[in-house]
Write a new protein. Sequence first.
Length: 216
Amino acid sequence: MKLSDDAQGLVSKRSSMTLFSDNTSHYSHRVRIVLAEKGVTVDMITSDSGNPPAELGDLNPYNSMPTLVDRDLVLFESKVMMEYLDERFPHPPLLPVYPVARAESRQLMHRIERDWCALVDAIQNSRSDNVVSKSVKELRDGIVSIAPIFNEKPFFMSEEFTLVDCCIAPILWRLPSLGVDIRPSKQSKPLMNYMDSMFNREAFQESLSDQEQELR
């Protein structure tokens, strides 16, 4: 899809990579984690979903965040951004080298999107108390059910930190603010250890907005 003349003008004025980022969105947060892991310097334009920057509508037909601008390229889907950044800045790699393993990682991200992100969005956006309470329970049960897998590998079904972890960590960070209480137990201990490991990563700490820091 061709950019409008106004959008092309805005893009041409930007000499460096720019991220339009929602201060509280887990979708924006996952992209910020990738940027921090890669050590990429970007112009960060932060806002919230209710008050997007005026120029965003000329760049992104959905007027949504995150939106990544790199020269004449404009991306407005978080998983596409993450994979683009991983290919554009290959070190450290955040997807496996081999095609089968890469496909498995992509499928895991898709499942997180369908199973967990949809519930997070329902909790944050629904006006129905029944929908919210049901979503909270489903999210808590879903997260606790996968806790034992962290006994097997240090990261999410991987020996290395990947884009899958970048998708999961922002959700886990937000659990208290979502009303999801994961109680310490023998079953949840591997998950708790994983969360501590993720949250203590230097890149994760760098990725947090001021608003996100206050969520815990």
